[in-house]
Design a protein around this ligand. Sequence first.
Ligand code: PFF
Length: 451
Amino acid sequence: MSQGLEQQAREQWKSRTGFMLAAMGSAIGLGNIWKFPYITGEYGGSAFIIVYLICIALIGVPVMLAEFAVGRKTQKDAVGSFQELTPGKPWFVTGLFGVMAAFLILSFYGVVAGWALSYTTKAMSGDLLAVPGEQMADHFGGFIGNALSPLLWQTLFMAIVIIVVVRGIKEGIEKWNKILMPTLGVLLVILVIRSVTLPGAGEGIAFLFSPDFSALSGEAVLVALGHAFFSLSLGMGTMITYGSYVPKNVNLPTAATGVSIADTGFALLAGLAIFPAVFAFGMDPAAGPGLIFITLPAVFELMPFGQFFAVLFFLLISVAALTSAISILEVPVAYFMRKFEWTRKKATWILGTIIFLFGIPSSLSLGAWGEFTIFGKVFFDAVDFLASYILLPLGGLCIALFTGWALGKQKSLEIGGFGEGSVWGKLWIFSLRFISPVLVALVLLYSTGII
Ligand code: PFF
């Protein structure tokens, strides 16, 4: 049976563009539109952005290429890839961390995506902008603290994710990304134009682009690096899994660079859609996680045609979250399909449902279950912390060490698609051997409180 299944041709992306859009869809998500703007706001704006860009170039691109290369070479899921390349060695544990991280991240990702869906409909009906600006925080707190309503939106979101993933690589994931990613680009460009043409927008643009290095702390550097991993979907085998469906003729270094540039460009544009508007209406850029659910609706209220832009904005977040969530679910789905010989349909429904159920305590922990804490954090924050600041860096560290050291230089250069003596190839190996492991290890030591 296992033989029979193994010999079935593995699913593949229909086209190179389809693969690129799917990988961009994975990378561009809540991280770009929700998290990047608020951490930029909290850590001082442009100086933080410069550090972030350096992290993407020095560590993000090389690790993404390592993931693509491992996946494409083996045509296996996040765990199977390591078993194939280094049989009998413990490297496959990296993939198991990834599958675990996927469970955890998708569980709370679905909760926040549910909020975005709900805010889209509230914006459409006019209810959102009917709330007076100064009551927006209470309104948001009341909504996420409610036991039932966020759960219903989370259910709807997870159901859509499952329905897409059940259809498979070409007919589900690729097809939907081909429709949704261009839509996302158009929505964002409209919002940026609106924001930067508001009277008083200049201050927000300066906040993003004129660096003040005195605002930069050591903590900011580590947050920038941690976020680079999250934003590029690295460290949990997503890009190994997507890479495993890539045809042989695709140039992987170009793909990794392209996806990273698109993801970073999108985050910067999201900043340009948000901060000029926030400054133009005299709001606080450092409002934290509530920036887009509290500050922005109040901004839309003051803007001509605000309701129209509010609908576009929350739709943008919902769509971006959807294409990322799809890629996260595909990690355990691909693993269970191979390991337990489950059909795609069975794996997707069972795993999607378990992840959804696991998200319920996250959602409730922001309201009724707020008293219950783990290491001083409510359930939602504890899961986010474990996944984003421990498991993702750990996965990233392992994949860098694996391709940098364990595989051997020749083999790594070969699977990465570099020719003999390529300078880029040498730089890639250098980053994987020295730069990435050291910096990622620092993030881990910092987030676990050791330094
Ligand atoms: N990159 C996504 C974002 O920025 O929202 C989140 C994500 C997707 C993280 C896939 C990790 C992952 F494997």
